[in-house]
Design a binder for this molecule. Structure first.
Ligand code: ADP
Ligand code: ZN
Ligand code: ZN
Length: 745
């Protein structure tokens, strides 16, 4: 008997199975990881099958050295998934198998370990009194609040939330409030959760309706659903009930969220209802935590998996349900090797493992909604908020009028007034300022006119850094100098849109001295729990205004937020991407949905230079259908996805000449391929060599071969050939093939 092994090396020449003898008495099974001799070295590999014979002469065969674990690390369903993905992404199986394992398992980099844990030494009810006694120590108060759940918290974990916690913890220990112990325990991100189960609230009629359709299918392991539920309609409660039923059936469930750090509530709700059967998987966990959560799932101790994109590969057995929350988010796409769409992987798993799939969003992606309309998914709707809470009242403010009236501040008179009211009433506000780096678009502050490409329906961009001073269209390559006066109305008041979150924060401090403001953007949230700390600051009420980029628009649920302001709605609308209109609608609707989730109704102010824009109007009315119909029609006439495929070969090199040379060569080879294959050529609507709008990124000069293809099997063949092309080794430049990439910057 021979073991067929995929060796953990990603290289074209090794992209096949190797046969190994099995030593006497060694019991191995498919999916098990083994150490095998490979050339002069010992490598890790995965057993993918067994065979009686092979074409290697017997005297040349070598034997498996040892199993790496005494159980198969890869489940049969995962092996099948890896095979399917390898085929689909045209890459070696070794590469997709890696997705199925926590990275730190490879090379044996994690071990089980002991650690110091802290826990309350007093009853939980006594915490409030203890907090009183902490004088001015913010740290001690924070620590007590963290330990309040009564669970055991590794000190290392507390360190991520509170800087240098040891000293204050010792002080708390000395005061008899906290106790330490040394324990060997699985690293549980976020502690053990409350030991009292949160009771289930009675369901709303829409929740009942949705569940009555889904539960029978869940019991059969069938069904693909798209749940369109407005913000605050109570989608999470639907997930919780579905998960409960899944567990009752003896199966496991998976909840995918766009980004764990931004959905702490989802995690705590699930922890609250399911306790230790819930495992959390995401990239910000430490290596050890990730490995431990993975083992809990693999052993079947954790049967509810909550995680970001890559959690879709979790070793859940007897899978009964996959939920993809906020399914419209682009974070579900991984556009680098091996490229995958977590929603698609989820669908495969559900089909092959007999599970129910639920995609959910308040603003479904054009793609998913179109599929639901076509009948690929069953469409479910929850059109109203829970407990008859009204959707927020949205006012669109015309910033051109503000300018006419002499207001040059970034806040309109209305937004300033509403902020004042909100602060006076002791409520909270959120302000969205979606400043993206690198580029600026140009618009007229008198009439709102935005400089657009004469050939494409996208705005021109000005490259703030590394540009040539021209305005560019990065779809067709058109370039022109920036105008000195507005071509529409002749005004000289032409502006680069550039103000960011920081500017908003400054303005707030000026208007409301002494009011706590939290700013969330890439600059303030780096570090392991940057998000958690800032969100806690806001949740606790210490901060009254949360200013942030799109990262604040996602599933946050703060009941005291009654006002949401969108400082510059045009900013996303005019990004040079065919999806910018879809993104804007999603962003505005989602952020508006953060207002009025508690008992007090919410108000939303959207500031724009283009109040007549139909996307802005649709988001103000929170009218998804209107948005969908318009945008779908526009995609069809403009030949954008899903009617076509956008793809590119992206070349990056620290050497500008090298990048250009490689891209030129690839461009020529694409053209040659198409000359050879007329069937492919017929499907190519556009193929062009140029630089992306971000010409230099992280010190590397970038070039691209951009293309637009018709949706067709021949185009898929061409894409496969390009994938191969991109994998060719080339000294001095890297090449990536991106297929419907999430961004084209
Ligand atoms: P969505 O994800 O649809 O925006 P959430 O799931 O965040 O909405 O729910 C919004 C709020 O409504 C949450 O605070 C949640 O606790 C509450 N909620 C959900 N279902 C119910 C219910 N059946 N009864 C009372 N409150 C509910
Ligand atoms: Zn163009
Ligand atoms: Zn103008």
């Amino acid at each position: 008997m021979l073991a067929q092994v995929i060796v953990d090396i990603v290289h074209e020449n090794v992209a096949r199975t190797f046969s190994y003898l099995i030593p006497e008495g060694m019991a191995l099974s498919v999916g098990q990881r083994v150490a095998v001799p490979f050339g002069p070295r010992v490598k890790e590999g995965v057993i993918v099958g067994f065979s009686e014979a092979c074409d290697v002469p017997p005297e040349k065969l070598r034997a498996v050295k040892a199993p790496l674990e005494d159980y198969p690390a890869i489940l049969p369903c995962q092996l099948e998934l890896a095979r399917r993905m390898a085929e689909n992404a045209h890459c070696p199986l070794a590469e997709t198998l890696r997705l199925m394992l926590p990275a730190e398992m490879r090379g044996g980099r994690v071990q089980v370990r002991r650690q110091t844990v802290a826990r309350l030494a007093i009853p939980r009810e006594a915490v409030d009194d203890a907090l009183e006694g902490q004088g001015r120590s913010q740290k001690r108060r924070m620590l007590l609040n963290l330990l309040r759940d009564g669970g055991k918290h590794p000190v290392d974990e507390l360190r991520m939330l509170v800087r240098d916690p040891l000293e204050p913890l010792r002080q708390l220990e000395a005061a008899g409030l906290v106790a330490f112990s040394e324990e060997e325990l699985l690293r549980r991100p976020g502690g053990d959760g409350p030991d009292v189960e949160t009771p289930d609230p009675p369901l709303t009629p829409s929740q009942e309706d949705v569940l009555s359709v889904m539960l029978p299918e869940l019991r059969q392991g069938t069904g693909r659903f798209l749940l369109h539920g407005v913000t605050g309609s109570g989608k999470t409660e639907v997930f919780i009930r579905l998960v409960r039923e899944t567990l009752r059936l003896g199966k496991s469930a998976m909840i995918l969220v766009p980004e764990i750090a931004l959905t702490p509530q989802m995690v705590s709700w699930f922890r609250g209802r399911f306790g230790a059967v819930a495992a959390v998987m995401h990239s910000r966990l430490s290596a050890g935590e990730r490995f431990d959560e993975w083992r809990r799932i693999r052993r079947g101790d954790a049967r509810v998996v909550i995680g970001a994109r890559s959690a879709v590969f979790a070793p859940a057995e007897r899978l009964g349900l996959i939920v993809v929350d906020e399914e419209h988010e682009t974070t579900y796409l991984s556009d680098r090797h091996p490229r995958y769409d977590a929603r698609e992987v989820a669908q495969w798993r559900c089909e092959t493992e007999g599970a129910t799939l639920l995609l959910a969003s308040a603003t479904p992606s054009i793609l998913s909604f179109a599929r639901a309309r076509r009948g690929d998914f069953t469409l479910l709707e929850m059109p109203r908020r829970v407990l008859d809470r009204p959707l927020p009242e949205v006012t669109v403010v015309d910033m051109r009028r503000e300018l006419e009236q002499g207001n040059r501040s970034i806040f309109s008179g209305l937004l300033t007034a509403k902020l004042k009211d909100c602060m006076r009433r002791g409520e909270q506000a959120m302000l969205l300022m979606n400043r993206r780096g690198y580029n600026a678009f140009i618009s007229c502050r008198s009439c709102g006119h935005v400089m657009k490409c004469p050939n494409c329906d996208v705005s021109l961009t000005y490259h703030v850094s590394g540009g040539d001073g021209q305005l560019h269209c990065h779809y067709c390559g058109h370039a022109e100098p920036p105008p000195s006066a507005c071509p529409e109305c002749g005004s000289a008041y032409i502006r680069y849109f550039g103000a960011g979150t920081q500017k908003v924060e400054e303005e707030l401090h000026r208007l409301f001295p002494g009011v706590g403001v939290v700013r969330m953007d890439i600059d303030t949230t780096s570090g392991k729990d940057g998000h958690g700390r800032l969100l806690e600051e806001f949740r606790s009420g210490r901060a009254r205004v949360l200013v942030g980029t799109q990262m604040i628009a996602k599933g946050l649920d703060f009941p005291r937020v009654t006002l949401v302001g969108v400082v510059a709605a045009d900013m996303t609308l005019n990004l040079p991407d065919y999806r910018s209109r879809e993104r804007t609608f999603q962003l505005l609707t989602q952020v508006a949905g953060r207002a009025g989730r508690g008992e007090t109704p919410g108000q939303v102010v959207i500031q724009t230079y283009k109040p007549e824009d139909e996307i802005i109007a649709a988001s103000a009315k929170q009218d998804y259908r209107a948005f969908f119909e318009r945008e779908f029609a526009r995609r069809r006439t403009g030949l954008y996805p899903p009617f076509t495929i956008m793809a590119r070969l992206l070349v990056e090199s620290p050497n500008p000449a090298m990048a250009q040379k490689r891209a030129e060569e690839l461009h020529a080879r694409c053209l040659a391929l198409l000359e050879e294959r007329p069937a492919w050529k017929k499907r190519v609507l556009m193929l062009r060599l140029d630089q992306p709008s971000v010409t230099v990124l992280r010190g590397k000069t970038r070039w691209q071969v951009m293309m637009k293809l018709l949706v067709n099997p021949a185009a898929e063949e061409f894409a496969a050939a390009l994938t191969e092309l991109a994998r060719e080794p080339f000294d001095g430049a890297e090449t990536y093939f991106e297929y419907n990439p999430t961004t084209m910057m």
